[in-house]
Design a protein around this ligand. Sequence first.
Ligand code: ATP
Length: 596
Amino acid sequence: MSAHDTASAKSKEPGPIRRVLQPIHGRLIAAALLAALGSMLALAPLAGIAHIATSLLADSGKAAQPSIWPTVIASVASMLLGMALLSAGELLAHMADGHLNHHLRRAAAQRLAQVPLGWFTERASGEVKQAMQDDIATLHSLTAHFYTAVGRAAGAILISAIYLFALDWRMAIAALLPFPGFFLFLQRAMKASGANMQEFVGRLGRLNSATVEFVNGIPVVKAFGASGQAHEGYRAAVDGFAQSFVDFTRPLVAAMAHAHALVAPVTVLGVVLAFGALFTHLGWVAPVEVLPFVLVAPGICAPVLLLHTLLHDLQGATGAAQRVLALLETPVLAGPPPGQQALPQGQEVRFENVAYAYGADQQALKDISFTLAPGTVTAIVGPSGAGKSTLARLLLRFFDPSEGRITLGGADLRQIESTQLYRRIGFVLQEVRLIHASVRDNIALGRPAASQQEIEAAARAANIHERILALPRGYDSVVGEDAELSGGERQRVSIARAVLLDPPILVLDEATAAADAGNEAAIQDALSRFAQGRTLLVIAHRLDTVMQADRILVLDGGAIVEQGSHAQLLAQQGRYARLWTQGGYTTSTELEGASC
Ligand SMILES: Nc1ncnc2c1ncn2[C@@H]1O[C@H](COP(=O)(O)OP(=O)(O)OP(=O)(O)O)[C@@H](O)[C@H]1O
C-alpha cells in the first residue's frame, strides 16, 4: 500500500465520536429524526395563528366570517403529536445512552482484566477515573441530549424556512438575511481568535502546571520559608495567562457581539418590518401577508444559537471520546492461543537470557539467567534502580520480557493461563493494594469461597488476627471506612491474602518497607513461618535480612554481577562485600567469624 493510500485510508476512518457511538448510532439518528419531526409539528400552532389572523383581517369587512375551528383543531392536534414525537425521541436517546454506558463500562472492565498488571500505576488509575467517570459523563450529554437537540433545532429552522418560502419567497429571503450574516461574523471571530489561540492554550497549560506546583509545594515552602520565590513563579504564570486571555478574547468579543446582535429576535423583527413596509409600498405583498413573517422569523434565532452552542460543545466530547477509545484500546497481555496452553510440570522457575526495556531507551534488565530450585530461598540485592523490582514483576507477569523467556515447571509463562499462574505464584509487594471491602473479603480476594476458619488461620499466620479483632466490626470492618490500617498492617493483610492462597512459590518485594520497628518484627516473623518449604524470591534492601538465603543474586545496572551465598560473596570481596560494608551492618571478618 502506498503512502497516499495509507493517508486516504486514514482520512476515511470514522472520527472518535463516531467510533465510540457506533453501537447506538442508528438509534441516535432515529431519535434525532423523531425530534426534528416533533419540533416541526410542535411549531404548527404558530402557522395556525398566522393563518387565522390573516384570514380574519382579510375578511374583516365581510358579513360571513370564516370558521377558525378547523385550523385550531389541526394546530392543537399537530402540537400534541409533535410533543409525543419529541418525547419518543428523548426516550429513545436516553435508552440508547443507557445501553452505551453499560456497553462502555463492560468493555472497559473486560479490557482492564486483560492488560498487564504492570500497567496499573498511579497515572493509569487517574486515566481510568477520568475515562470511566468524567468522560463517560460527557458522552452521556452527547448521546442523551446532543442528537435530539440538534434534531429539534434543525427541524425548527427547516420547517420555518419552508413555511416562509411557501408564503412568499421575496419576503422569506429578506427575513432570513441576518442569518448568513451571523455565520460570516462567526467565521471572522474564529479567524481573529485563531491567531492567538496557540499562545492562549500554551499559557493556560503553564498556569495549570504552576498552580499544581504551587499547591503541592505549599508544605515545603512553608517549612523552608521561601514563599516569595514560590509565589513569584505562580504570579508570573497568572499574569502571562491574563495577558494572553485579553489578546485572545478582545477580537473575539467584538466579532461575537456583532454576530449575536444580528440574530437577536429584535433585529430579525426589524428587518422583516423594514422589508415588509418596502414590499407593501412596492405592491408586492399585502400588509396582512407580512404578519406570518413577524410571528415566525424571529423564532428562528433561538434554534440557530442553540445549534451553534451544540456544535461548539462537540469539541469537548471529541476529547472525551478519544480518551475512552484509548482506554478500550489499551494493549493487553497476550494470553496463550487456544490449544497452546501449557500446564507447569513442577515448581522450578528459570529465567533464560531475559531482558526488559520500559521504553526504547530505558533498558531495565539485560541477559538475566538463573534458576529458582523448588524449596530454596533466593534473594535479589543491589543499589536503587538496579532492576530488582522489574525482575520480580516479570516473574509475576506484570509484563512480558522484551527478550528471552521465563519458565515455570518447564512452561513459558506466556503459555500458562493466568489463573494457573497465580495459583502457583503468590506475592507480597511493597505497594499494597487493598480494595474498598471488608477485611475478610480483602484476605479472601484470591479464594472467595474460603471459610471463616481458614481466613482467621491465614490472619493468625500473618500476625494480624488480633489487630482485626480490635477493629470496630472485626473482620466485617470495611477498609477505608472503619478499618483504618497502617502501612505495616496493610502489608500483613496482604501476607494473610497470600497465606490463604497457599502458593508453592512466593515473591516478596521489600515486604517490610512500609513498616515501623514493631510491625517489621511481626511481618518478618509471619513471613519466615510462611516461607517454610516454599520457593522464595526476596527483593531486599537490607542485606542483613537475607543473610540466610540459599543464594543471593547481586544486580547492578540491570545485570547479575555476582551470585552466591552470603559467606561466598563476602569472601569474593566484590560488589556485595562493598554494599555490606557501606551499609555498616558489621565488618566482613566479624561476620565470617560469626557464620562459621
Ligand atoms: N514504570 C517505569 N517506567 C519507566 N522506567 C521505569 C519504570 N519502573 C522502573 N523504571 C526504571 O527501570 C530501572 C529499574 O527500576 P527498578 O524499580 O526495577 O529498580 P530497583 O532496583 O527495584 O530500584 P529500587 O530499589 O529503588 O526500588 C530504573 O532505571 C527505573 O528508573
